[in-house]
Design a protein around this ligand. Structure first.
Ligand code: CU
Length: 151
């Protein structure tokens, strides 16, 4: 008796499947004839060249400043006088000869440092015209000063 019920249940399932199979088939062919629309790509695709151009635009012009101390009583920035245009973006590469130095401009909230023999890079966009004093915190009194003019 149990077996009979199981079999008739099976038959019923097959019947239902057979009845709806034509619908299923037509659904399937619909899917094949009209594949889903491709996913939309949002944002701009950029080539590596464009990306590196963008990166260098953000970095602006590279300006190297040596922070010299080799002649122990002569602490200097080289160059010590720098002039930039308002709105100009500059990436500074400061390189210390052999001691710890700072590249400090109080009015512009710039306080960057380099250990002896090391370089450090940072990017600044000059927004306000003016004449700014550059100095090295440990060596200001020894004359390690400079001037940054933004005009
Ligand atoms: Cu110094």
């Amino acid at each position: 008796m149990k077996k009979y019920i199981v079999i008739s249940a099976l038959m019923l399932t097959i019947l239902i499947a057979a009845c709806s199979s034509s619908e299923a088939t037509s659904n399937q062919s619909d899917e094949i004839s009209s594949p889903p629309a491709p996913a939309k790509v949002t944002g701009e695709m950029k080539t590596e060249k464009e990306l590196s151009a963008q990166a260098s635009a953000e970095r602006g012009k590279l300006v190297e400043v040596q922070m010299l101390d080799g002649n122990s009583d002569n602490y200097v920035y080289e160059p010590a006088n720098l002039t930039f245009a308002v709105g100009e973006t500059i990436t500074f590469k400061i390189t210390s000869e052999s001691e710890f130095h700072t590249f400090t401009i109080d009015e512009l909230d710039i306080y960057e440092t380099a250990d002896g023999g090391e370089s450090f890079e940072f990017t600044v966009t000059f927004e306000t015209p003016g004449t700014y004093k550059l100095y090295c915190v440990p060596h200001e009194t020894l004359g390690m000063i400079g001037e940054v003019v933004v005009q």
